[in-house]
Structure formats: structure tokens, C-alpha cells
Design a binder for this molecule. Structure first.
Ligand SMILES: [Zn+2]
Length: 472
């Protein structure tokens, strides 16, 4: 696989109209009834905690909520049973929002606890807060749609149910299959420890399996007959360790050994290591991959084994659209940071103390728009942004300075800390969707910026030809 070189309803319509009229132009996630509804949805998905491409109940929960609001939902998009596309309205502009809902392995955690306490040892958990992510995206679409009806706004709202973000699968396949074509702009958000709009591109990533095939033999009686696949893996791994000296400081290469042999007295004839290769741009990742392939071949040559490198997943760095980002920043500043109370802060500080970071509690301010806001974690929003102008919002749902992919985020994702962040995200996203529906000129401006940013770089999927969505 080559990376691109550059690179219905319980609320029928009349009811919805009446409701929208009652709520008026101020309808938002702060409605007490609405908050309780979305809290239930987030709680349900938190309880399901389904892994990538297995998010059957979580995707259905969100799809059903959209149908209650009148959205027409197409399920099982791009060969992924847990992907969906929900639409409402007609004509342009076509304003989209991304929803994620997959959990992470081994991050099961009791809500509201300040030390590692799995509900079920080793079970999956929402350690990246995607129960909040998917729910806020759907809540925002529902709220914006009521506003669209009440204000007779033109255009179409689209919700993309994108599974398997944690395995860089959902949006990469949706982009390859043209699911985003026809959508003018896309908004997304992610649970974080601070409140801002992303401007620093997440890292591009390619995930590879490197396998070595050798010859087995008795490790004591006839070792000369063997060709050790573990030796090849070790040599390869050492080559990559040495290579770290001559890559940019922004590069990340990390791995787990998936197969290392079965018994010390049997010379391993098969081993497998999985590498994540990341840097600021997809081009740089491609450069490192070329060297990684040489290292694998070199290790195989030296040990008389055979190497095979297989790309499992990839996404480029996101192109953040400034026009869209500034629309979201304005709405974030109007909404303000989540109103965390003393109880929330108490939990936050206890978690920070347990982890060993500064006990500064939860973020209570909004960071002004500026460069380099965001972290180095990768996301398949990168692939979506290569096809449609995109902006991404961050809202605090965990204590400052604490990591994602961690029991602490799972703990907060099932409490008021996570839920308050989720409601702010829903409000900001809803208001931004409404602003874009109401301003075709703004949408055109965002598209002009995107066209300039991607000029001469037609979209080429990083997926191998004929690739099918599969867990790895
Ligand atoms: Zn995430």
C-alpha cells in the first residue's frame, strides 16, 4: 500500500416543528430534559464499551436517536456494519458532523474512581471518551436540526457514524469509498483535558505488521538445522532502535511483539512485531517506512529467514480549516468552559494526585485561538480532512495534564465531569452547524481555503487495493 505522495420516528415532523417552535431560537443542550436524554445515551454507550468494528449496540443507539429526530439513516456503509450515514434537510450547503463510539481494550474502569479499579479486569472501556464523543455529535445534529426547522434554514445536515477510530479504520474506508463526497464541510470534536480548537495537526500514522518466517529445529539437539525467526525479529528491532538516532525529533516509532515463539527449546519459525510509525506528515512517515522495509529485509538476509511487511492502517495528518475553526472558536467562547463544581474538582484532584501530575483540577477557561493547539495522538479525521474541509474542537472531560487512553479518562467519561464537557461540546457544535447552514458564503469561504490547501494533490487512499475493513 502506498500513501499518496503529497499528499423517524417518535417525533414525526409536525411534532418536531411544534417542539422547535416551543423551544424557539434558543433551543440548546442546556434544556434540562435534553441533558437527561443525552446523559442516558452516553451512559448506555459507556456500559456497552464495544471495541472497533464491534460497536453494534453503540451505533444502533445513536442511529435510533437520530431517527427519533427525523433523520434518514443508512446503516452498514462502506462494508462496515457499524458505520452509518444519517441525513435530514435538502440542498446546499451540506454540513456534516463526525461521530465515534468505539472503546479501547483493557480500560474497563468504575466511574468516578480515583485509582485503577476495573469493572471487569481486562475488559474494554471508554478510555478515550468516545461514548461522550458520539453522543455530543448526535445531540448537536439533533439540536441544529430543530433550529434549521424553526428558522427555515436552507441545506442538509449529515451525521457520519464512524466506527473503529482507535484502529484508524472508519474514516479511512469512508473516505476511500467516497462517503464524504457531496458534503461541503465537516465538524468534529474530541474529549480532552483543555478547551480549545485544534490547530496543531495530529501526527500521521501507518501501522504495520512485520513477520519473519524461519525454520524450526530442536534448540539443543540440532540447532544448526534451524533458522531462528526470533533472531530476525531482534535484529530488525535493533535496526529500528538505531534508526531513531537519524529521524526527526517529531517522529514516533513504537511496537509490541505479537508472536515471539512458543517454547525456548523449539527454535521459533515464526515471529511477528507490530509497529506504529508516526510523524508530522504522511510524506515523512512514508520515508520512514521505506527504511523500515529495508531493515526488515536486512534482518532476514542476515538470519536466512524471510520478512514480510503488511500495512494494516494509515492516516495522514489533518488539514485544519481556519475558516471553520474560527466559527467553532467563536461558539466555544460564547458557550464557555464546562461549569465544573467543587465535587468535580475534588475527583479531578484525587485522580491527578494518584497519577502524579500537578493537582490543578479541571480546566475552567477557554484557550484563545492560536497556533499549535492540540496533541500528538493520531486520528483518522486526517483522511476525512483530505476530502472535505474540517475543523476539530476539544472540550475538557478529564483533569488537566492527565492522559487519554487511560483509566482516568474512563473514570471521568461515566461521571458529571465527562457529561458537562459533552454538553458544552454539543452546544458549540450545534451552534456552529447552525451558523454554517445559515451562511452559505462562510461555507464557500471554507471550501476555497481547502481547495487552495490541497491544490495539485488529488485524494489517493492510503489503503491497499481491495482492502477490506478488518480489526487488527
Ligand atoms: Zn479518541
Amino acid at each position: 500500500m502506498q500513501r499518496p505522495r503529497f499528499r423517524r420516528t417518535s417525533l414525526r415532523l409536525p411534532c418536531a416543528l411544534v417542539l422547535a417552535g416551543l423551544l424557539g431560537a434558543q433551543a440548546n443542550a442546556a434544556e434540562p430534559g435534553d441533558e437527561a436524554r443525552w446523559n442516558r445515551v452516553a451512559e448506555e454507550i459507556f456500559g456497552h464499551a464495544e471495541l472497533a468494528l464491534q460497536e453494534t449496540k453503540s451505533a444502533e443507539t445513536l442511529a435510533v436517536e437520530l431517527e427519533k429526530e427525523g433523520f434518514k439513516v443508512e446503516r452498514g456503509v462502506s462494508g462496515m456494519p457499524t458505520a452509518f450515514v444519517a441525513r435530514i434537510g435538502s440542498g446546499s450547503p451540506v454540513v456534516g458532523i463526525l461521530a465515534e463510539y468505539d472503546a479501547l481494550p483493557g480500560l474497563s474502569q468504575k466511574s468516578g474512581t480515583a485509582s485503577k479499579q476495573p469493572v471487569v479486569e481486562g475488559a474494554p472501556g471508554h478510555g478515550c471518551g468516545h461514548n461522550l464523543l458520539g453522543t455530543a455529535a448526535v445531540a448537536a445534529a439533533a439540536l441544529a436540526n430543530r433550529e434549521r426547522i424553526a428558522r427555515k434554514l436552507p441545506g442538509t445536515l449529515v451525521v457520519f457514524g464512524t466506527p473503529a477510530e482507535e484502529q484508524i479504520i472508519g474514516k479511512t474506508f469512508l473516505a476511500r469509498d467516497g462517503a464524504f463526497v457531496g458534503t461541503d464541510v465537516l465538524l468534529s470534536w474530541h474529549p480532552e483535558d483543555l478547551n480549545y480548537v485544534y490547530t496543531r495537526p495530529r501526527l500521521a500514522i501507518t501501522v504495520v505488521d512485520v513477520e519473519f518466517f524461519g525454520t524450526t529445529a530442536h534448540a539443543a539437539a540440532s540447532p544448526w538445522m534451524g533458522r531462528n525467526a526470533l533472531s530476525a525479529l531482534e535484529l530488525f528491532d535493533h535496526a529500528i532502535a538505531l534508526m531513531r538516532e537519524s529521524v526527526l525529533p517529531t517522529a514516533r516509532m513504537h511496537r509490541v511483539i505479537k508472536a515471539g515463539g512458543v517454547a525456548a527449546n523449539v527454535i521459533p519459525d515464526y515471529t511477528k512485531v507490530q509497529y506504529f510509525v508516526r510523524d508530522e506528515t504522511g510524506e515523512r512517515v512514508d520515508g520512514m517506512l521505506r527504511r523500515l522495509r529495508k531493515a526488515a529485509d536486512g534482518a532476514a538476509l542476515a538470519t536466512e529467514t524471510r520478512a514480510q511487511v503488511t500495512v494494516l492502517a494509515a492516516t495522514r495528518e489533518p488539514i485544519y480549516n481556519e475558516v471553520l475553526s474560527r466559527v467553532m472558536q467563536q461558539e466555544l467562547e460564547k458557550a464557555g468552559a464546562p461549569a465544573f463544581d467543587a465535587r468535580d474538582q475534588e475527583l479531578a484532584r484525587a485522580i491527578q494526585k494518584e497519577i502524579g501530575v500537578e493537582t490543578s483540577g479541571l480546566a475552567l477557561t477557554v484557550i484563545p485561538y492560536g497556533p499549535l493547539h492540540g496533541g500528538t495522538a493520531s486520528s483518522d479525521v486526517g483522511e476525512a480532512s483530505a476530502v472535505v474541509p474540517l475543523a476539530e474542537l476539544a472540550v475538557a472531560t478529564r483533569p488537566q495534564g492527565t492522559p487519554a487512553h487511560h483509566w482516568a479518562q474512563t473514570s471521568c467519561a461515566g461521571t458529571d465531569v465527562g457529561r458537562k464537557g459533552m454538553h458544552v461540546a454539543a452546544r458549540v457544535l450545534a451552534r456552529s452547524l447552525e451558523a454554517l447552514l445559515a451562511s452559505p458564503a462562510k461555507v464557500a469561504e471554507a471550501r476555497a481555503e481547502w481547495t487552495k490547501a490541497t491544490k495539485g494533490r488529488p485524494y489517493v487512499s492510503p489503503l491497499a487495493e481491495g482492502a477490506k475493513p478488518a480489526r487488527w
